[in-house]
Design a protein around this ligand. Structure first.
Ligand code: GLY
Ligand code: MN
Ligand code: MN
Length: 489
């Protein structure tokens, strides 16, 4: 490096460092930053692993996608996209739930505070270009005394790299000015299912009623189209989320014992995920001993699991905005009996066959159809249904033994990008779950008694690539041998 460049680099480094130090000394933000939480974030990152540049390129792609999807190009050249943040929810008077940011808003800004809003609009000077505008809660010492610091306009600008930032209270004025400046425009806003009810009632509903826009569209599909394909940084976060949950699962298995309470396994999973730096569990986990595993969304987790019973746990964590979603079923005493093992191996065979289909040649719906067929064959093999049953009848019966789909897209949300059809071919960069199960409730009078009351699901998280699928939750013990080995220790 030449000496001039060296000094230039050095000056820029010292300047950045000193700005960071100044921010660290002078202010706190409404979220971790490289300045205040250097143990978590690197400079240039807005959230862990995701840089300002990546957030900016997501906004650019969204704007481009809106234009691409717009059919009336000859009538309207100007667009405005309005994407509100989530708002705080309260458990009881003044007692907030843990805040979780709206995923689309987080995906586009990295900004973690409630009552914020992102606007993307066509530049008034050049209809090919666009501007980002961020609205954030204004600094308020009284509110901050109770709720902690807010980034404010200056902090949000520094943090996100978005240059045009206003207090949320200025949204109404902004909308009015926009109409005057832009004339004809298309408005993109989720008017059918408003994310932020207060912004909707106080400003956005009026904005809509004034009918200054020529066209009205929603942003849901646009955001999901982007979010369903993960970037390299997102793949790393998804891998980490899966790794954390997988290792935590192994610890929960080791910790299990006859007569353990479901609530203890729930607590152990939560603890082990947090001890590996996850923020919280991604959803209320299912911890279902014995016959309770046949209630697909069993989340009471308040019973005792007796020796000889299986436990089905469906749990995952949220790691810096990215979720994992894993299910395992294991004998609480550490050893499968013969019937348990044979049913388990049947589900495992189906699951691994489905994972092998996770390539760009197939869709989730195709894998689902294959899963029903494979389950049917396994049920015949186990003597749970007649070996002579015809295919049409067999597929119908398979749906009774497994009433849910084979899987879903996974990402910032557990049931991620739910508007993206499962009928499209899988694409590199997608992450999906593969989660077949066989459920035999005690009330099923048509099967042999040794299988009654068993519910088994095996769920992994799979990254789609140009070639072979990558199981991101591979560290979670899965074969009977692995499970029994882990539980011996
Ligand atoms: N944990 C919800 C699901 O597996 O889809
Ligand atoms: Mn699950
Ligand atoms: Mn799932």
């Amino acid at each position: 490096m030449c000496i001039v460049m060296f000094f230039k680099e050095l000056t820029s480094y010292v300047l950045t460092k000193s700005i960071c130090l100044e921010f660290r000394a002078l202010r706190w933000f409404g979220q971790p930053t490289a300045a205040t939480h250097p143990h978590l974030l690197k400079e240039g990152e807005v959230t862990l692993g995701i840089s300002k540049t990546e957030y900016k390129s997501r906004r650019t792609k969204l704007f481009e996608l809106a234009k691409e999807n717009f059919k009336n190009v000859s009538l309207v050249k100007n667009h405005i996209l309005i994407l509100p943040s989530a708002t705080k929810l309260y458990m009881t008077n003044d007692i907030p739930y843990q805040f979780r940011q709206n995923s689309d808003f987080l995906y586009l800004t990295g900004f973690q505070e409630p009552d914020s809003l992102l606007v993307l609009h066509t530049s008034p000077d050049d209809s090919h270009d666009y501007h980002s505008v961020l609205f954030v809660p204004k600094k308020d010492p009284m509110k901050e005394l109770w709720d902690g610091p807010r980034s404010g306009v200056e902090g949000a600008r520094w943090l996100t790299g978005i240059e045009e930032v206003y207090n949320s209270e200025e949204l109404e004025r902004f909308c009015g000015d926009f109409c005057k400046r832009m004339g004809h425009f298309a408005l993109w806003y989720n008017y059918m299912k408003p994310v932020h009810l207060e912004f909707d009632a106080s400003v956005l509903r009026h904005f809509l009623k004034e009918k200054r826009h020529q066209f009205l569209e929603t942003t849901v599909h646009l955001c999901q189209k982007l979010r369903v394909i993960k970037s390299q940084a997102e793949i790393e976060l998804m891998s980490k989320s899966c790794q954390v949950a997988s290792n935590a699962f192994a610890d929960v298995m080791k910790f299990s014992y006859p007569e353990v309470k479901e609530s203890y396994l729930h607590a152990k999973m939560d603890f082990e995920c947090r001890m590996r730096d996850a923020q919280f569990l991604a959803y209320p986990p299912v911890v279902a001993g014995g016959n309770r595993a046949n209630t697909i969304h069993y989340i009471s987790n308040d019973q005792i699991i007796y020796g000889g019973e299986l436990v089905l746990m469906d749990a995952g964590c949220e790691y810096f905005g990215y979720t994992s979603d894993i299910s395992r079923t294991w004998p609480v005493s550490g050893k499968f009996n013969a019937a348990q093992q044979s049913l388990y191996e049947a589900v495992l065979f189906v699951q691994e066959s489905c994972i092998a289909m996770c390539t760009t040649n197939h869709s989730l719906d195709e894998i689902y159809r294959k899963m029903l067929e494979l389950i049917g064959h396994q049920l015949k093999k186990l003597g749970l249904i007649s070996a002579k049953m015809k295919d049409v009848e067999m597929l119908k019966v398979s749906r009774e033994f497994c009433p849910h789909h084979v899987g879903h897209y996974l990402g910032m949300d557990v049931h991620d990008t739910s508007e993206i059809p499962r009928s499209i071919k899988l694409q590199p960069g997608m992450v999906i779950t593969i989660e077949p199960g066989i459920y035999i409730p005690e009330t099923n009078t048509s099967v042999r008694t040794e299988f009654l009351g068993m519910g088994i699901r095996i769920e992994d998280n799979v990254l789609i690539t140009e070639s072979e699928p990558v199981v991101l939750s591979a560290a979670c013990p899965k074969t009977p041998v692995d499970i029994e080995r882990v539980m011996q220790r």
